[in-house]
Design a protein around this ligand. Structure first.
Ligand code: M6R
Length: 609
């Protein structure tokens, strides 16, 4: 939530900041702003709306010309999206950008008001600028920052400039990501690497309670006592192309198309001699044998990936698996402890509730395993075991390829689990692995049928509400398909276990309400079809997504997308099937005139509760 950038170097600062903000816009796009030193003066330009509005404003009013500054793209928490609530915030001597939430801002505001400070915005962030000014009495920026940080509760990544120091950018973090990019004679701060990837691949990860100072001599790091510290320099594996649309109209479509490739990479990374090998992550068969229960906790799409894993692990390994929404898990006093494996799943590795659940599970004595796409994220670094998914950079707010690599990883783990526990033999382990290795081709086949998905989407655009139904793994898919559709098309959608429909929700079925029925699981396909017929009998417009050999009486399905899954084990059907649901969601969004990459009210990285 919110993206921050900062730059000091020879280039035109405004262009570097705007470039960086464009790469971070996935983190929030309610408003944007920059503050740049023009000589000894700080010039601030900010506005409500997406970055395009900011570019227009710069065009109209002129861009600040300078070489040192900070920028921000906002996902509003305190105070509506407006010009005045946009960052940067300043009180004259100190200007800041902030990502996170200052939980004790009300009491700090009261204190600062008593000291004579006045506030322009409704944000929590403005108190940070005032508090920094309050502690800047000795005109020592580092002292002001360390004293301020000691008073803040909540989470923050801060970019700070002091009017008296036109060639310095400071930054600090607690709980929100902050990366320092190290270039040749120029340095950067940013919420994420893509913001400076065009200029340098070298970076340093700032940890909680650490501060960085960029000045003409380079970057220096300090702890909360103001003592100098050494930090490890790392090199990003991503290249600039990954942060671009590469000819696709949207990141989401590009990321859908990348799925065969990233699933293939994931398989190559884990499969050795025809079977999954997790020893590179420190996971042995002995270890897997030792766990009595598994918990999977995550949010949104990552949690639905966990649901697919539950079906696979329970069916194959006969180990009990509980899937919990992370925002519930952390407050439910879970009965978890030694002997339990807690798996957290996250694309960003920064999701606040998932991170808190991980910390709780560790505290309770469970072994924690993170399935995380962003290798340098907090969750990746905090878990006992981390399996880095190889989805590459995912920029669209709606998660697609991250889901596919998550379930690929979790399938492989389920296979290994089952083998380690003696539930399947080596032949079956190899058979399942081989089947999974065939899914990139099946995903490609679905992508080739994008036109049919677009046609289905065209039948949904004018509806206000619709249903997804399915049984077993098809139910897990329904939940994710429904989430994908609602978050980018804004069509109200509900997902139900098909057998549950007549316990209440069927009351909502009336003439022409679309019901997307997913029926890939052969052991329950007849039951699902019966449920589908029940809604058809009540006037629903039935769209069926199924294996090509699913037998349905004439006229019972208004539209069918027959998936040629061949001999694919039903257990693995979610991989290609999900791709069809993603494409339907994507085209529904486009046909309704929305921006699927930046759906309203959402942000990619949810670092607040
Ligand atoms: O970064 P994470 O995987 O932890 O994010 C979890 C959810 O916020 C995320 O999956 C969200 O539901 C997406 N918008 C779904 O497309």
């Amino acid at each position: 939530m919110c993206g921050i950038v900062g730059y000091l170097g020879a280039r035109d600062c405004t262009s570097v900041l705007m470039d960086g903000l464009e790469k971070l816009e996935y983190r929030g796009y309610d408003s944007a702003g920059i503050a740049v030193f023009e000589g000894a003066e700080i010039k601030t330009v900010k506005t409500r709306g997406k970055l395009a509005a900011m570019s227009e404003k710069l065009e109209r009013e002129g861009s600040p010309k300078g070489h040192c500054g900070i920028g921000h793209t906002r996902w509003a928490t305190h105070g509506e999206p407006s010009d005045v609530n946009s960052h940067p915030h300043s009180n004259g001597r100190v200007t800041i950008v902030h990502n996170g939430i200052i939980e004790n801002y009300a009491e700090l505001k009261e204190f600062l008001t008593e000291q004579g400070y006045t506030f322009l915005s409704q944000t929590d962030s403005e108190v940070v600028a005032c508090l920094l000014d309050y502690y800047y009495a000795e005109r020592n920026p580092l002292h002001a920052i360390t004293e301020t940080l000691k008073e803040l509760r909540g989470s923050y990544a801060l970019g700070i400039i002091f009017k008296d120091f036109p060639e310095r950018v400071y930054a600090a973090r607690f709980g929100s990501p902050l990366i320092v990019g190290l270039g040749e004679g120029e340095n950067f701060i940013a919420s994420d690497i893509p913001a400076f990837l065009k200029y340098t691949k070298d970076y340093v990860l700032l940890d909680d309670n650490e501060i960085v100072r960029l000045d003409p001599n380079g970057a220096r790091f300090f702890d909360l006592h103001g003592m100098s510290i050494e930090k490890e320099r790392q090199t990003a594996e991503w290249d600039v192309e990954q942060a671009q649309k590469c000819g696709f109209p949207h990141y989401m479509l590009k990321e859908i198309h990348e799925q065969p490739d990233v699933v293939g990479k994931m398989l190559d990374g884990i499969v050795k001699d025809g079977e999954p090998d997790f020893t590179q992550f420190g996971v042995t068969d002995d270890m897997l044998r030792g766990f009595r229960r598994v918990f999977i906790t995550a949010c949104g799409t990552a949690m639905y990936a966990g649901m697919v894993a539950k079906y696979a692990m329970e069916r194959l390994a006969r180990v009990p698996v509980t899937v919990e929404i992370a925002s519930e898990f952390r407050y439910m006093e879970p009965i978890v402890g030694e002997g339990d494996l807690v798996i957290v799943v996250s694309q960003s590795g920064e999701t606040a509730d998932t991170k808190a659940s991980l910390e709780l599970a560790k505290e309770l004595g469970a072994t924690t395993l993170a399935v995380v796409n962003v290798k340098y994220s907090a969750i990746a670094r905090e878990a006992d075991i981390c399996i880095n998914t190889l989805g590459g950079l995912e920029i669209a707010v709606a998660s697609t390829k991250a889901y596919s690599v998550q379930i690929t990883t979790l399938y492989l783990l389920a296979f290994r689990f089952a083998f380690a526990r003696g539930e399947i033999d080596e032949n079956e382990l190899k058979r399942l692995t081989e089947q999974l290795c065939g899914t990139p081709k099946l995903i490609s086949d679905v992508i080739e049928r994008s036109d049919e998905c677009q046609f289905i989407a065209s039948k949904l655009v004018n509806t206000e509400t619709l249903f997804f139904i399915g049984r077993g793994l098809d139910y897990a898919l329904s939940l994710e398909g429904s989430l994908k559709l609602k978050e980018i098309s804004y069509i109200h959608s509900e997902a139900y276990a098909a057998g549950e429909l007549k316990h209440g929700p069927i009351a909502l079925i009336q003439q022409n309400i679309p019901v997307i029925t997913i029926a890939t699981q052969r052991h329950v396909v007849e039951k699902t079809i019966s449920n589908m017929e029940e809604v058809k009998a009540r006037g629903a417009n039935v769209i069926m997504i199924c294996r090509e050999d699913a037998r349905v009486a004439d006229g019972k399905a208004d539209l069918r997308l027959d998936l040629a899954l061949g001999e694919l084990d039903d257990l693995l059907a979610p991989l290609p099937t999900m791709c069809a649901l993603q494409l339907i969601a994507y085209y529904s969004s486009i046909l309704r005139g929305n921006d699927p990459d930046k759906p309203r009210n959402l942000a990619k990285s949810v670092t607040t509760e």
